[in-house]
Design a protein around this ligand. Structure first.
Ligand code: ZN
Length: 132
């Protein structure tokens, strides 16, 4: 079952610089800097949901390519599911193209998997199985 939005992933050029807006202007609680597979990320808590700021200095990375093509902005929407493998199987059976056929560990240490935007009206959807 899909439970709620966990976070909005935001592609940024400079994660420290971008964090200032959320912390200093909006007054939100910002998390520690996380380094994960060459990406630098900060999670920012907003009620039950979060922003996930993502920077990747590698020009061949998906984040850098996204910024090159579309500029900085919302990159993906992450939905919490109770059983990620069951949800992946269910959407695949309904014709959705998966980027990740199997869940893998995300930056926060929870299993995550992405659905292809061509199956989701252009929205990069992430499933995340997060124990709360
Ligand atoms: Zn994410």
């Amino acid at each position: 079952m899909i439970q709620r939005i966990d976070h909005l992933g935001v592609a940024v050029k400079d994660v420290e610089e971008s964090t200032k807006f959320y912390r200093d202007v909006l007054g939100l609680e910002t998390g520690e800097l996380i380094e994960h597979h060459g990406m630098r990320m900060v999670f920012i808590k907003i009620g039950e949901s979060n922003f996930e700021l993502i920077e990747d200095g590698n020009p061949d990375s998906v984040i850098a390519k996204y910024i090159e093509n579309k500029g900085e902005g919302i990159h993906h929407v992450s939905l919490i599911v109770d059983d990620i493998e069951a949800e992946l199987k269910a959407v695949k059976e309904k014709g959705v193209t998966l980027i990740d056929e199997k869940a893998r560990l995300g930056a926060e240490g929870f299993p995550v998997a992405f659905l292809h935007p061509k199956s989701t009206n252009g929205v990069l959807v992430e499933f995340c199985q997060k124990e709360e």
